[in-house]
Design a protein around this ligand. Sequence first.
Ligand SMILES: Cc1cc2nc3c(=O)[nH]c(=O)nc-3n(C[C@H](O)[C@H](O)[C@H](O)COP(=O)(O)OP(=O)(O)OC[C@H]3O[C@@H](n4cnc5c(N)ncnc54)[C@H](O)[C@@H]3O)c2cc1C
Length: 405
Amino acid sequence: MGKPQIVILGAGYGGMITTVRLTKDLSAEEADITLVNKHNYHYQTTWLHEAAAGTIHHDRTRMLIKNVINNKRINFVQDSVRSVDRENKKVILKNGELDYDYLVLALGFESNTFGIKGLEEYAFAIRSVNTARRIREHIEYKFASYNNDPDAKESDLTIVVGGAGLSGIEFIGELVDRVPELCKEYDIDPAKVKIIDVEGLPIVLPPFERDLAEYAQKYLEDKGVVFRLGTFIKEATPDGVLVQKKDAEEMEEIKAGTVVWTGGVKANHIVADSGFATNRGKIQVNKDLRAPDDDHVFAVGDVAVFFPKEGERPYPPTAQIAVQEGETAAKNLTHLIKGEDTEPFVYKQRGTVASLGDKEGIGVVFDKKLKGKPAATMKKIIDDRYLLELGGVGLMLKKGKLKLL
Ligand SMILES: Cc1cc2nc3c(=O)[nH]c(=O)nc-3n(C[C@H](O)[C@H](O)[C@H](O)COP(=O)(O)OP(=O)(O)OC[C@H]3O[C@@H](n4cnc5c(N)ncnc54)[C@H](O)[C@@H]3O)c2cc1C
């Protein structure tokens, strides 16, 4: 019998950490490892709101996969996954097929528009390097055209953000840093620019404690952001959005040149389409992160849902969890290949931080509340810590944020 073939689908947080850890835990004689990703680069999804607002260049969020993995040990295949043929243990790619003995699903998330009319067509979503780049270019185009295009309207300078969760608030935090620069560059009166957040819940940042969330809201309001809480986007149109306040009968139009939807994510559709048992589109993994209906398949990150205990809420989809699940999946693959028992996934909650632009933020780290500059610095430390784990000091110094402090 040949060596076991391990195939990892997706080079996001979960897939990259699984790959890098496996290279350390298993020798070349023990298994062949293949990593599949649609691009030849890995990107930091948690930085995409910065690239979308234009406060960092999108190249800062990404790195060539071949520069991070051990190319002698890993067979990297740049291709798009179409589906998994579980019966024959094959992955179907756009340009071929791969056989596997063990599979790691790490294909990440897709934007969830909940069927709201027009969002797919007329709103942007922060999903990938390409979508972030499109948002930055679109906003810049609207500002650049304002004083040149005879048909330009003041509402072209309005940016509506749908959702006041982590990614929506972090994106707005970057916008309040970026808009003054754009106004200066294109000779626009800042008073003409509107940033409006529309959120169905009556609060912002629901996972955070109220005093921290209120601090974030006030900071952004002081910078001119308008929050329309308890209000739902009912439709996106070429001219903006139609919204409705909870319990109101009438809809209202907000005209806007840019609409960015951050109101929800769902698991990559390939998982459910390949016939895995799913819970709201995600694989409800066993304690050792294997699919309940397939012992040869692990799921990590946003395609997986993990319930710590029966009756408790599942862990939220975050990079932090994707990384830790990647570590456990690598350990458990190693155990299986060595004929040992697998171990349960134990989540180490270190805290969550939301940045509000470059110098502000809120968060809780190791049970300590942070606001303002300390939170912003902590966010950069978290980002750099990931780079350290992924590619060592060299990668952290090359791509990290702390050197900019
Ligand atoms: C703007 C924003 C800000 C965020 N901020 C935070 C934060 O501050 N903290 C936090 O913990 N989390 C944050 N998150 C959530 C976090 O980014 C996700 O939970 C995390 O990226 C999930 O990791 P993953 O490995 O499951 O998938 P991803 O990181 O999404 O990676 C999936 C990979 O699979 C590839 N792929 C997808 N489909 C295919 C295919 N068909 N074929 C081949 N390859 C494919 C993708 O190109 C990608 O490389 C944020 C998310 C967004 C959008």
